[in-house]
Design a protein. Structure first.
Length: 238
């Protein structure tokens, strides 16, 4: 069962002095003070996009036969993917090379080896995992299965953090001004720095009988990504 995590908001406030030229300070009228501070807000967001990368590997003494086998397998996988409209499909690196399979010191035994990957990406995890299972049944092996946070979701979260961060920055500037006996605060400069971090995605294997292993779909559980936004301001207290 998929576990949903409620986003938790954490606020980190730091007040410090950034490099300010003596000329900037000297330009301030007498009785005015330059305040520089930073406010960072962070929120953990459940990852909403699943990405699976599978690859087909073949070995043959004839290079043309090898490539035909890889091409046929990839064509079958792409045809299977066409009906799953919620999953974005793309092909990846295609490699064919010659290698010696003979034991060390033995007579050379040259064969051709090749592989090609296919990547599935989508927000409909169930459909994607079922499709991945079908492709695994064609002889593909799973190369990577992980969750990530989509750009549009990250941008949506940042927009909310920006409004809150600016509001907190102004409140802290007013608090600092009040501590110095000042009654008015004007924001002179504002700088916004957004960042995105990731927690470790969770991937699980489902227990099953060996005779049903080939037909089983892979299983994945979404992790969380941390979205943060920092606002830096310079304010004039008077």
């Amino acid at each position: 069962m998929k576990l949903l995590t409620t986003p938790v908001l954490a606020l980190c406030v730091a007040i410090f002095t950034l490099p300010v030229s003596a000329q900037d300070i000297n330009l301030l009228p007498e009785g005015q003070t330059l305040i520089t501070l930073s406010v960072t807000e962070r929120v953990s967001v459940e990852q909403d996009t699943l990405i699976a990368t599978l690859r087909i590997e073949r070995q043959n003494r004839n290079a043309q036969t090898l490539q035909r086998e890889i091409n046929a397998a990839m064509e079958e996988a792409l045809n299977e993917s066409e009906s799953v409209t919620s999953v974005k499909v793309s092909t990846g690196y295609y490699s064919v090379y010659q290698t010696n399979t003979a034991p060390q010191g033995g007579r050379p035994d040259q064969v051709w080896q090749g592989s090609q990957s296919i990547t599935l990406e989508g927000k409909d995890a169930q459909s994607l995992l079922e499709l991945a299972g079908e492709i695994q049944g064609m002889g593909f092996v799973m190369n990577n299965l992980s969750y990530t946070l989509s750009t549009e979701r990250a941008d949506e979260v940042r927009d909310g953090l920006m409004e809150s961060a600016i509001s907190r920055a102004r409140a802290n500037a007013e608090r600092a001004a009040a501590a110095m006996g000042k009654t008015e605060v004007d924001i002179a400069t504002l700088d916004i720095d957004a960042a995105l971090g990731y927690s470790q995605p969770v991937m699980m294997a489902r227990g099953m009988a060996m005779d049903s292993m080939e037909k089983a779909s892979p299983v994945a559980e979404a992790g969380e990504s941390e979205v943060s936004l920092t606002v830096r301001i310079q304010a004039v207290a008077k």
